[in-house]
Design a protein around this ligand. Structure first.
Ligand code: HEM
Length: 412
């Protein structure tokens, strides 16, 4: 295929919740191909699980967005790529040096200690919804899916409780897609200013929180500058927020679409864990983040990729690869349950919802714990939870963006 005939990318989802049909076709016929982006550039698109793994573990490929040829998905992205990077856009050894400043907060042990706080946050928000009554539709995104991850990460960062509602609102304006560009960038600036002030406060009077840790362990010994600490804290605030909100809303809708699986979860809340793994496979979110550019010429499964050419590793497609997952298009709460317990016994780690390799989501244990607690609790507290609009009226993210839901009125 010549560059001029390379199809336009991102592909559109044919119906709101299914990945683009092109992925199935390409996996079968042309696992490594070219696509055309908004700016006319023609990076490679890699759709098979085995090749996505190769791309995301090859250190001859770079994540530095300021390198010529790095595939940017929009004009805004291209502009943002000029900013000073945080570790998400760095290569080794800088990447690990900065990533390790926050990693200890998200280990399984650290997250297990946070579980009671997460449970309390989830319970308090759900009790608030219950006390308002369920006879009129309530937007579960505004009242629940958005505050849960926001409140948790604010707790980790050390944002005072009284500012949570205001910051959550600014974060929603920044990322919900219905605000104007001016409103979104003003909300962005408000959040950055707020974090900057908090960094200054904690420099004078450290507490037991992430911002104080960054200041005392990194800024004061001159490992990083104040502006880096602000950017890292800001990254924590925004990196996973929209994805978390989407996964909560998608989880609710997916269970309503599969009532017998919902019954299984209601009857046995220990299924929340395999449910969350399957949810993050089936609806692989954050699927446009896994992009690279070649630093040197490489061979990728027989294709010659030249230095300076971009590559998009389609994690959403890899999560539906039949070589790895049986009946990959089916949602099955028992997929990752052991065979001896009646499940399919597949390996949850192979699902690409959190990426792969060195950049695999640093907060994965936290994100999973939040989702497990949400789905182990919500249908216990609201057993009659149902849509407050017709299924066809649920508002999904635009067809060429990451799968998500923007508004979800429910009754209970
Ligand atoms: C269900 C929720 C989440 C999903 C599906 C998700 C997904 C992802 C994916 C796919 C990547 C890999 C990106 C890449 O290769 O470039 C990633 C990286 C990252 N995620 Fe998450 N994420 C979630 C929640 C979170 C949360 C809650 C936070 C912060 C508290 C977070 C912070 C990050 C950061 C900082 C990175 C960059 C890691 C690196 O480059 O080393 N994520 N996430």
């Amino acid at each position: 295929m010549t560059s001029s005939t390379a199809p336009s990318f991102p592909f559109a989802r044919p119906q709101a919740w299914d990945p683009p049909a092109e992925y199935d076709k390409l996996r079968a016929t042309q696992p490594i191909s070219r696509v055309t982006l908004w700016d006319g550039s023609t990076p490679w698109l890699v759709v098979k699980h085995k090749d996505v793994v190769k791309v995301l573990t090859d250190d001859r490929l770079s994540k530095q967005r300021n390198r010529p040829g790095f595939p940017e998905m929009s004009a805004g992205g291209k502009e943002a790529a000029k900013n000073k990077p945080t570790f998400v856009d760095m290569d080794p050894p800088d990447h690990m040096r900065q990533r390790s400043m926050v990693e200890p907060l998200f280990t399984r042990e650290a997250v297990d200690k946070m579980r009671p706080y997460i449970q309390k946050t989830v319970d308090t928000l759900l009790d608030g919804i219950i006390s308002e009554g369920g006879s009129k539709p309530v937007d579960i995104i505004e009242k629940f899916a958005l505050p849960v991850p926001s409140y948790i990460i604010y707790g980790i960062l050390g944002v005072p409780f009284e500012d949570l509602a205001f910051l959550t609102q600014q974060n929603a304006i920044r990322s919900n897609g219905s605000a104007t560009a001016t409103e979104a960038s003003s909300a962005n600036a408000t959040l950055l200013d707020y974090i900057g002030n908090l960094v200054d406060k904690r420099s004078k009077e450290p507490k037991d929180d992430l911002i104080s840790k960054l200041v005392t362990e990194q800024v004061l010994p001159s490992n990083i500058e104040r502006s880096d600490a602000v950017q890292i804290a800001f990254l924590m605030l925004v990196a996973g927020n929209a994805t978390m909100v989407n996964m909560i809303a998608l989880g609710i809708v997916t269970l309503l679409q599969h009532p017998s699986q919902m019954d299984k979860l209601k009857a046995n809340s220990s299924l929340a864990k395999p449910f969350v793994s399957e949810l993050c496979r089936y609806h692989t979110g954050s699927a446009m983040a896994t992009r690279r550019v070649a630093k040197v010429d490489i061979d990728l499964s027989g294709h010659n990729i030249k230095a300076g050419e971009g590559i998009i590793a389609a994690t959403q497609s890899a999560s539906r690869d039949e070589d790895i997952f049986s009946d990959a298009a089916d949602f099955d709460i028992l997929r990752f349950v052991a065979k001896e317990d009646g499940g399919r016994g597949e390996d949850w780690y192979q699902a690409m919802g959190y990426g792969w390799g060195e950049h695999r989501c640093v907060a994965e244990p936290l994100a999973r714990a939040e989702l497990e607690i949400v789905f182990g609790t919500i249908f216990q507290k609201l057993p009659g939870l149902r849509l407050g609009v017709d299924f066809g009226d649920v508002r999904w993210s635009p067809a060429r963006k990451d799968v998500g839901i923007t508004e979800l009125p429910v009754l209970f």
